[in-house]
Design a binder for this molecule. Structure first.
Ligand SMILES: Nc1nc2c(c(=O)[nH]1)N[C@H]1C(S)=C(S)[C@@H](COP(=O)(O)OP(=O)(O)OC[C@H]3O[C@@H](n4cnc5c(=O)[nH]c(N)nc54)[C@H](O)[C@@H]3O)O[C@H]1N2
Ligand SMILES: Nc1nc2c(c(=O)[nH]1)N[C@H]1C(S)=C(S)[C@@H](COP(=O)(O)OP(=O)(O)OC[C@H]3O[C@@H](n4cnc5c(=O)[nH]c(N)nc54)[C@H](O)[C@@H]3O)O[C@H]1N2
Ligand SMILES: [Mo]
Length: 891
């Protein structure tokens, strides 16, 4: 604490506080342009709008940088200070042509009493740069405060924005003086949010909102808090809020991808299939041709009657990780009590099912042990099978911040990525050989006795067996298989084992394999051998994908588990829910996603209710999956668009988009947050919760929920994880981490029977299908930054589809040359299961022989090609490896 005099009063500064911060804390925000108190921005003190007088000093001081000392006498407003400030604003105003009359800059100019400048402009006018679909640049309004540059360089660490020239000639530039649209800009819009003048604005111009609502981003598991700005019945802008997971940061989808909810193709009325209309792909020019509009009552009656007619063993439901906890809970309750079986699952099966299976087996809990934010405290960060710059971009920004602070980043991924340049090591090993690489690392750690002996002895079981198993996996013997030399494997193993603190973050490159559970077992063993859990900067973090996949799993959208992960077969677990729900439950585990499709094709499953998923695009081996869906006696689809799945439905129920309902959502960090209604659903579309409840009633359930809160309260009574979390607290605090507010778990014991972690040997060495003479390429599928999964939302977002609208297959430059393919040429990709045509795009991040396709393009649906083979434990398909051949289209 430092005591000093501020404007005549004695005040106290906390450790490290600047004069500007003390003044703000005490109620007076001093004028500021180049300064922001957001985390991640360092004060520069270059604009001098915040100057104050310090008695005894000749020059005025920039209060944003200056820290008070004991006894210092500071005046924030007096004749001298005011005059200096006005001069600052007058000089800046002379060179400022404002596109935004409500800018922070003009606001502050007015506040210090400057309306016009006496000086003439010294700079030549600059043409606006409107090359980017989402943002416009008007350098005429720029005052060189460099907030945008710091937003791009220090906060998001994208290093696109720079400053060129000197003095009056200096200007903001993108890369090497490119237009914004042609630059390497990733569209996060952090610069727009930071700009105080309107030099950087949304493409549509200044935001003139009528109201604002605090909610969340509807896309990924990072769970960014967002404020939506609304005019009329549409969102016109999104800004980041100071949530635990994002600290006001957003990515391109969160900032510019909200308009899908007002797309003209939104479903606005219930639809019933016309008598006799075939279940086959629909004429894209007239997508609704197979349906007729219906009232809610009629549609719900037909939807429920078609399911009720079938035996309970012939029914299955797919719930949604895009919906709230309350929706997920109610949906699984509907299946368990209304259908009478546990045939309920969701996209987690195609996602982190294997990670969760291994985590439950190894440490007794499937959620992350520490939040992403802990990378700030990690000495070593291992990133394996994940591409966060594209898929968890705000998390990626914190990883980059950590590297700049001194952390070492180790990437284990066959493909290069935007984070590669931040990594101390990027091991581009052979696809599908994670176990070979990781077992070799584990071998080194055991052989060189680098493991944490105390931790292993006190907190794990199975070490002896694991050590014996690992003998067969020396780096020398695994090197040829994984394609990484033994020396590098040893170096990375030592780096991890010797780190004071280390985190492992992983994604679909680990989980989506026929041995995905084995892959995760290795990662768990790595952390456990080295005692890297339960401490600051340590832990295991499977990067959860959908905005509510953690919550949907917690809430019970899982065929073998009830809410909070109790097994359906365990009488005590089942008894609790039987008592709570007043009904006997089926003790037999239900079918998983791909098993449901197989059962449908075999005629065992004959009726399905699909809410907020698009399996006719996201399941592997689509020809088979679509045939299975089309062959059902009765399919009910509840979505916001007429998706590829909805086109095969008997009844389509038009639901609310994220922005049109209130509910709780749980992010990848186990942080439960409140999503609030921003808009009304269009037309006759209704909130998902209402639709599920109406379906429940028609299936004979005596339900009377009057909204999400009633469902949440029921959940709290049955789920220990939510015990301490109330609706009121969520409303007030915005977010609460479970269990009991603890961000870092397992500092003392694990929730296993004996409190210890289980080390489980892993042996799955190669993918189920490898390239051969007939299908010589290895196809990996995944994502691109701008698109969400099956594209239903993002391809209907104007900005996102303009940024990335062409269905492409990425090919290594060497293969492009070898096959004589030009950039943009149409090519055909064929696997044993199907074929698609896409545009060839050279990608130097791929090794020769490897191809990559995202699965968001309906015109070239990657899943027509993928292999439905399943991991035996987790039942996740091998979406990351299939053998294909490639040829010019039309030949
Ligand atoms: N823009 C965008 N963001 C998203 C999503 C989206 O659709 N679009 N989806 C969300 C969801 S649900 C999820 S689950 C996450 C997924 O996020 P990620 O896990 O990052 O997603 P992917 O793109 O599927 O692939 C991850 C990485 O696996 C690597 N890989 C491929 N094969 C292998 C292998 O054999 N071994 C290893 N170690 N790596 C391999 C790929 O090169 C790629 O870098 O993203 C979430 N975020
Ligand atoms: N080849 C390949 N396939 C994959 C993967 C891969 O890496 N490669 N990844 C897999 C993974 S990790 C995942 S998570 C799955 C995702 O698979 P899906 O969950 O099937 O994919 P999404 O496109 O996210 O589907 C969400 C659906 O919900 C709708 N929707 C959005 N908001 C709402 C709402 O509020 N209410 C309702 N009722 N509907 C809504 C959307 O329009 C969309 O149709 O894909 C898997 N498939
Ligand atoms: Mo996912």
């Amino acid at each position: 604490m430092t005591r000093f005099i501020l404007d005549g009063a004695e005040v106290e500064a906390k450790d490290g506080e600047t004069i500007w911060q003390v003044s703000k804390r005490l109620g007076t925000t001093l004028p500021h342009l180049c300064h922001t108190d957001r985390s991640g921005f360092e004060p520069e003190g270059n604009c001098r709008a915040c100057v104050v007088e310090i008695k005894g000093e000749r020059a005025l001081a920039a209060s944003c940088r200056r820290r008070p000392t004991a006894g210092m006498v500071v005046e924030t407003a007096n004749g001298r200070v005011d005059k200096a400030r006005r001069m600052v604003f007058e000089l800046l105003l002379a060179d400022h042509a404002s596109p935004d009359p409500d800018s922070a800059f003009l606001g502050w100019a007015g506040a210090v009493g400057v309306k016009a400048s006496r000086f003439a402009s010294t700079t030549a006018p600059a043409a606006p740069d409107t090359s980017h679909p989402a943002m416009a640049v008007r350098l005429d309004a720029c005052i060189h405060c460099t907030l945008c540059l710091r937003a791009c360089r220090e906060v998001q660490v994208n290093d696109v924005i720079g400053m060129s020239g000197r003095g009056g000639e200096s200007r903001i530039t993108f890369d090497f003086a490119q237009s914004m649209g042609a630059s390497s800009c990733v569209g996060c819009g952090e610069c727009v949010q930071a700009c105080p003048t309107g030099a950087l604005l949304p493409a549509a111009g200044p935001v003139r909102a009528e109201r604002s609502v605090d909610s969340l981003c509807p896309y990924c598991g990072v769970g960014c808090q967002v404020t939506y700005h609304v005019r009329g019945d549409a969102i016109v802008a999104a800004t980041g809020r100071d949530g635990l997971a994002n600290h006001e940061r957003l990515c391109v989808k969160g900032r510019f991808g909200f308009d899908y909810s007002r797309h003209p193709q939104r479903l606005t009325t219930p639809l019933v299939r016309k008598e006799g209309a075939p279940k086959e792909p629909i004429d894209p020019a007239d997508p609704f041709s197979h349906f007729r509009p219906a009232t809610w009552d009629e549609a719900l009656d037909i939807a429920a009657a078609g399911l009720k007619r079938l035996p309970r063993t012939a029914l299955a439901g797919l719930g949604s990780a895009k919906g709230s906890n309350e929706e997920a809970y109610l949906f699984q309750k509907l299946v368990r009590t209304g259908f009478g079986s546990n045939n309920v699952d969701h996209c987690t099966r195609l996602c982190h099912a294997s990670s969760v299976a291994a985590l439950l087996e190894g440490i007794g809990s499937g959620a992350v042990t520490a939040p992403i934010a802990e990378v700030a405290n990690a000495e070593v960060i291992v990133l394996i099978g994940a591409n966060p710059s594209a898929n968890h971009p705000v998390a990626a920004s914190f990883i980059k911040n950590a590297v700049k602070r001194g952390a070492r980043l180790v990437i284990l991924d066959p493909r290069g990525q935007a984070l590669t340049r931040f990594a101390s090591h990027h091991l581009r090993f052979n696809n599908g050989t994670d176990v070979a690489l990781l077992n070799a690392m584990l071998h080194v750690i055991v052989a060189e006795e680098l493991y944490d002996k105390d931790f292993v002895a006190a907190r794990t079981t199975g070490f002896a067996e694991l050590a014996v198993h690992l003998q067969a996996y020396s780096p020398d013997s695994m090197a040829p298989l994984c394609g990484i030399d033994a020396g590098t494997i040893r170096a990375v193993a030592r780096l991890y084992a010797r780190a004071g603190s280390a985190m492992i973050l992983w994604g679909m490159g680990v989980s989506q394999h026929s041995h995905g559970t084995d892959n995760s077992r290795c990662l768990i063993a790595l952390a456990m051998l080295c005692g890297q859990v339960g401490r600051k900067g340590s832990g295991l973090h499977p990067l959860r994908g959908q905005n509510n996949v953690q919550g949907a799993s917690d809430s019970g959208l899982i065929p073998m588990m009830l809410p909070d992960y109790g097994r359906v077969g365990t009488p005590a677990v089942r008894g609790r829910f039987e008592a709570g729900w007043g009904q006997d439950l089926d003790p037999a585990p239900g079918l998983t996603v791909v098993e449901m499709m197989n059962a449908a094709q075999a005629g065992i499953i004959r009726g399905m209710y699909v809410e907020g998923e698009n399996p006719a695009m996201s399941d592997p081996d689509l020809a088979h999956a679509r045939e299975a869906l089309a062959g059902l006696d009765h399919l009910v689809v509840q979505d916001i668009f007429l998706t590829e799945t909805a086109m095969l439905a008997d009844v389509v129920l038009p639901a609310s988009a994220f922005f049109e309902k209130t509910g709780t959502f749980t992010n990848t960090d186990r942080h439960v947050q409140m999503g609030r209604q921003v808009l009304d659903p269009p037309g006759k579309a209704r909130p998902d919760l209402w639709i599920i409840a109406e379906m429940g009633k028609r299936l004979g359930l005596a339900w009377s929920y009057d909204g999400p809160r009633a469902v949440f309260d029921e959940m709290r009574g049955l789920m220990d994880s939510l015990a301490g979390i109330t609706w009121e607290r969520l409303e007030k605090e915005g977010g609460i981490t479970y269990p009991a507010g603890k961000a870092i778990l397992f500092d003392e014991s694990f929730p296993t029977g004996d409190g210890k972690a289980r080390l489980v040997p892993a042996s799955g060495l190669v993918p189920a299908e490898s390239p051969d003479a007939e299908y010589p390429f290895l196809l990996s599928t995944g994502r691109v930054l701008e698109h969400w999964h099956t594209g239903s939302m993002t391809r209907r977002s104007d900005v996102l589809d303009r940024l990335q609208g062409v269905p492409a297959v990425n090919i290594s430059p060497a293969d492009m040359a070898r096959l004589g393919l030009a950039e943009g040429a149409m090519v055909r990709i064929e696997s044993r299961r199907g074929r698609v045509e896409a545009v060839a795009a050279a990608d130097s991040r791929l090794s020769p022989g490897a191809l990559f396709m995202p699965f968001c393009f309906t015109e070239a649906a990657a899943n027509l090609l993928t292999n439905p083979v399943l991991d035996p434990v987790a039942k996740i398909p091998e979406l990351k490896v299939s053998a294909v051949r490639l040829s010019p289209a039309g030949k």
